[in-house]
Design a protein around this ligand. Structure first.
Ligand code: GAL
Length: 991
């Protein structure tokens, strides 16, 4: 058999023999057989191997087996190559539309049975729901066709090649092809047949395609059916039993819109679906319709006449073991988790997901932006020279992609916007896609972020615009320039609804400022919210040579070109564990707002359309974090957009403890995604009486000191602490460093809210330059009185004249030990600081410190610009669980506003620490960790952290914010930590 590999893989429109037009993914009772399962498989290093394997009688008994669906690079323990991760970069030479001869090529074969009665079928169709990236198909030795469009469905007519009984299908898949240039999404390159393969008998008189377009207006629903079937297939019957509808259309010409009374609308909050069947004598199709009308009125995006606010996530299909192979159970749990965290929208970044995902979105309730499989980001680095988006040679490929996208998923009520793709520059092919969508579907607007000037899209969309710029987009009358827009284009963009298709880059520890973005949405109706980048980390589960499991990112598979851990930027870790940022998100977007006012609370319903009849309200009172009283709160049913004032319960306030009232809005009954009692929204009110802070005792008779000294539970040798309550302790030492977060390492130019002199240099780089990670100490003095010890030290780094003076005063107050540390920077520090804190080292000894109980903010870590999920209360945790396992180890575990802390060992109290607020009322936070920031900063993966024999306690007067600078704005000035003098004051007692 001839082979012409190079010509074929470089074809921009390699679609041959596939059925057109594309059609919906339907639940039909027509016979079909899944070809999922084990196939014979062979991998070749080039595309030029002979095609003789496609012959019917070819002997494949020496080949391996591989599961379909799967990616070959995730099978066979490396025998079939390894995954490659790049963001923008192409992992092959940029030579469009050509790809290298080194082009991994997978040949697949399997037998399948065709039932005898399929010979009565009108057609036999072979369907591929996803193959990356280019493939060719043979049945019983006949070449059937070829296709590309990895995350799109392709169907082939194989009627004349199949026969009853045994058949052989052969598929050749090339990892690289011309299509790779337009599938340059930020994700792993994962070749193979990774979605279902099905062989389908299309009945004579069947329904080729059906589209039920629905609408909703004032309690009335509309159904406009488009039925694609032969004339002989009629009559066609549409049944909607729940509403008593049975509509028979005798001929195609009779098909007419239906008006339906008394329907309930579909929304993401109340995803009301109605079962419908559409049938002929030969075939019946089961559908679930939702009634809703999508519309843009002026600068508002409305569904059923009401403004939509997207609390969305960018969702990739990614799984640590399966890659992009769909697993319905896992996907359903993932979506249910989104609902539990108050997420109401999904952008299917950056391609259509497995079709079942949209059934789940319809059912559980999400506003969906459905995105086409298209990205050419790598051309951006070439100033978009040669970008396929503006090259007529690619026009047909672009149109093919968008047609396949829209046609496959057009029936889903959850899809409210079509997106042309992502980061593909701009050009006439994108405009052509948009024109095609507008002509085909008048019921949904078109989105594409790269259309900055708004030439062919209906909504204004941006990614990572700063808080300031987003505010200027939302503000009526603002003339602030918009990205890549002339003033006139900017004015045009401001007439449209705005959304952030990506914001708040959730890489590592962060992002900060979620609440600032959310506040804008409530101030400026043109702003319709946005989609977090992104839902989950893309780590791939693998092992070190010694068998330690870990989640791999770019470079871990020896890639020549890669983008490191930029693929680990989710609100969920690779192992499904929600990060603190997801909890923060949940709190920030909670759909119920509480505003305390005297003895009342105003409770506002911020939802799109659902009232609050599904919620119950509970309250509780805690004294210093200990529950003293609780009850239910009577709250009237509040309609969406309304609010009600409710009296607060009369609560017991005590003089000697903090009194906090907490109100939770919880689900009254179980839903498809959460149990009854699940907390939707929370608010806290501080009812504590003011309590004076005891004055610092003044010591006067200081004299020089050396040798040993005992102050209550503390022992000192030559001015240095050596033990507390009989256990070895070292410290306190000044700590200004934190293991840089991914945002600390970010060097984006977008620092308009902070210091322009920092542009292009990361904060972490500046910290290393200043030597914050390698501070040294010079003792200036040690003095004592009868019951106090004072040391003064100068802390600075090699080759730096900058310093910090640290004065530590230990004293006995009654039988309690007090420590006061004054931290005083020299002049001349220019950068922000990661933290201002002190560190104690507690070697393991016989009873390692392995846990903490505290009264302060918790239960999870918090930072100045990510603190909304934290509540005041009493919490406990093992030392292990105080840290988050970010894919690349970094700063983690800071608990803010500490009042009391007990360090524990196997549950027994070791030391108790009480904090005092400083003169501004600020309390320190704490971190308890098995590693120092210096150790953490050295590790690329959790398994690289050294074994530890010491627990480290950090008490921080302050921490720098998190920001979003790994991809987006730096820390907002208010939350940036400038070098400044701070005081830390503690009382320490034995446990
Ligand atoms: C965007 C892009 C995403 C992702 C993100 C950074 O520019 O659309 O796919 O790369 O940046 O993680």
């Amino acid at each position: 058999m001839p082979s012409q590999p190079s010509a074929y893989v470089s074809d921009t429109a390699p679609e041959r023999g596939a059925l057109r037009p594309a059609r919906s993914w339907l639940h039909s009772d027509a016979p079909s057989r899944s070809l999922n399962g084990l196939w014979r498989f062979r991998l070749s290093p080039t595309a030029s191997v002979a095609e003789d394997f496609a012959a019917e009688g070819f002997d494949d008994s020496g080949w391996d087996h591989i599961p379909v669906p799967s990616h070959w690079v995730l099978q066979g323990d490396g025998a079939y190559g390894r995954p490659i991760y790049t963001n923008v970069q192409f992992p092959f030479p940029i030579d469009p539309p050509h790809v290298p001869d080194e082009n991994p090529t997978g040949d697949y074969r399997r037998h399948f049975e065709v039932p005898a009665d399929w010979s009565e079928a009108e057609r036999v169709v072979l369907r591929f729901d996803g193959v990356e990236s280019l493939f060719k198909v043979w049945v019983n030795g006949d070449e059937i066709g070829s296709a590309s469009g990895s995350r799109l469905a392709h169907e082939f007519d194989v009627t004349s090649s199949v026969r009853p009984g045994d058949n052989v299908v052969a598929v050749r898949v090339h990892q690289w092809s011309a299509a790779s240039y337009v599938e340059d999404q930020d994700q792993w390159w994962l070749p193979g047949i990774f979605r279902d393969v099905t062989v389908i008998a299309r009945p004579v008189g069947g329904i080729e395609d059906v589209w039920l377009r629905t609408g909703f207006d004032n309690g009335r629903g509309q159904v406009e059916a488009e039925i694609t079937a032969d004339a002989a297939a009629f009559p066609v019957t549409l049944r909607l039993p729940e509403l008593g509808i049975e509509q028979v259309w005798a001929t195609a010409a009779d098909v007419a819109p239906l008006e339906v009374d008394d329907v309930e609308p579909w929304s993401a909050e109340q995803p009301r679906l109605y079962d419908v069947t559409v049938s002929t004598a030969a075939e019946s199709i089961a559908m679930r319709v939702g009634f809703r009308t999508v519309e843009i009125r002026g600068d508002r995006f409305l569904v059923n006449g009401r403004r939509v606010v997207f609390h969305g996530m960018n969702r990739h299909e990614t799984h640590p073991e399966r890659g992009r192979v769909f697993d319905e159970e896992h996907a359903r749990e993932d979506l249910a988790r989104m609902k539990r965290f108050n997420v109401n929208a999904i952008r299917t970044s950056h391609y259509p997901p497995h079709p079942r995902l949209l059934d789940l979105a319809d059912e559980l309730g999400f506003w969906v932006i459905l995105e086409c499989d298209l990205e050419t980001h790598g051309f951006g680095d070439l100033d978009w020279v040669g970008n396929p988006s503006d090259d007529p040679a690619w026009r047909e490929a672009y149109l093919d992609r968008i047609r396949r996208t829209v046609e496959r998923d057009k029936n889903h009520p959850s899809i409210v916007i079509w997106s042309l793709g992502n980061e593909a520059g701009t050009g006439s092919n994108l405009a052509a896609m948009s024109a095609w969508v507008h002509a085909r579907d008048t019921g949904r607007p078109v989105h594409y972020e790269g259309d900055h000037a708004g030439e062919y899209t209906d909504v204004y969309s941006r990614m990572y615009s700063s808080v300031l710029e987003t505010e200027q987009i939302g503000t009526d009358g603002s003339r602030a320039p918009l990205l890549n827009c002339t003033p006139a284009q900017g004015a045009r963009q401001r007439t449209k609804p705005f959304l952030l298709c990506e914001y708040a880059h959730a890489m590592g520890n962060g992002p900060g400022a979620l609440d600032q973005y959310e506040a804008l949405v409530h101030e400026h109706p043109r702003l319709h919210g946005g989609f977090i980048w992104e839902w989950r980390d893309h780590g791939i589960l693998t092992t070190t040579p010694d068998g330690t499991p870990f989640y791999a990112y770019g470079g871990d598979f020896g890639e020549v070109v890669h983008d490191g851990n930029f693929v680990m930027d989710g609100m969920l870790l690779s192992n499904d564990v929600p990060t603190p940022s997801l909890h923060e998100y949940k709190a920030v977007v909670q759909p119920v707002r509480f505003t305390f006012d005297g003895d009342e609370v105003a409770i506002a319903n911020l939802r799109h359309s659902a009232d609050m009849s599904d919620l119950r309200f509970r309250w509780r009172v805690e004294h210093d974090g200990t529950l003293v009283e609780s009850g239910d709160m009577e709250v009237p049913v509040v309609a969406a957009g309304e609010s009600a004032r409710v009296p607060l319960p009369r609560i017991a306030v005590t003089q000697d403890a903090e009194t906090w009232l907490t109100i939770d809005a919880v689900l009254a009954a179980e839903t498809a995604w959460a149990h009854a009692g699940h907390v939707i929204a929370t608010a806290q009110l501080d009812r504590s009486p003011r309590r004076p802070v005891p004055a610092v005792r003044r010591e006067t008779d200081w004299r020089r000191s050396d040798g040993t000294l005992t102050l209550g539970i503390a022992e000192f040798v030559d001015g240095s602490l050596v033990s507390l309550a009989g256990r070895a302790v070292a410290g306190p030492r000044l700590e200004l460093f934190r293991a840089p977060t991914d945002n600390d390492e970010g060097a984006t130019q977008e620092v308009e809210e902070s210091d322009a002199s920092l542009s292009g240099v990361s904060n972490a780089e500046l910290w290393r330059r200043d030597g914050l990670d390698r501070l040294t100490t010079r003792r200036l003095s040690v003095e004592r009185t009868a019951d106090a010890l004072r040391t003064i030290a100068k802390v600075s780094a090699a080759n730096s004249a900058l310093s910090v003076i640290v004065e530590s005063v230990w004293s006995l107050v009654g039988d309690e030990l007090e420590l006061r540390v004054e931290i005083e920077p020299s002049r001349g520090w220019l950068t922000v600081w990661p933290r201002i804190g002190i560190r104690f080292d507690l070697p393991d000894g016989a009873a390692p410190v392995d846990g903490a109980e505290w009264f302060g903010l918790g239960p999870l870590e918090s930072y100045p610009d990510s603190i909304r999920a934290a509540r005041t209360g009493r919490f406990s945790s093992s030392i292990r669980d105080l840290s988050v396992d970010y894919a690349r180890p970094q700063e983690t575990g800071h608990r803010s506003q500490l009042r009391q802390l007990t360090l524990t060992s196997a549950g027994a109290e070791v030391l108790r620490i009480e904090t005092f607020p400083d003169t501004h009322g600020r309390r320190p936070g704490f971190t308890l960790s098995r590693h120092t920031p210096q150790q953490i900063a050295q590790a690329g993966h959790p398994f690289e952290l050294p074994d530890s024999t010491t627990s480290h306690l950090f008490v921080d007067a302050a921490q720098h914010g998190l920001g979003s600078r790994a991809c987006g704005p730096d820390v907002w000035p208010e939350f940036a930590l400038r070098p400044e003098a701070r005081t830390i004051r503690l009382r320490i007692t034995a446990g």
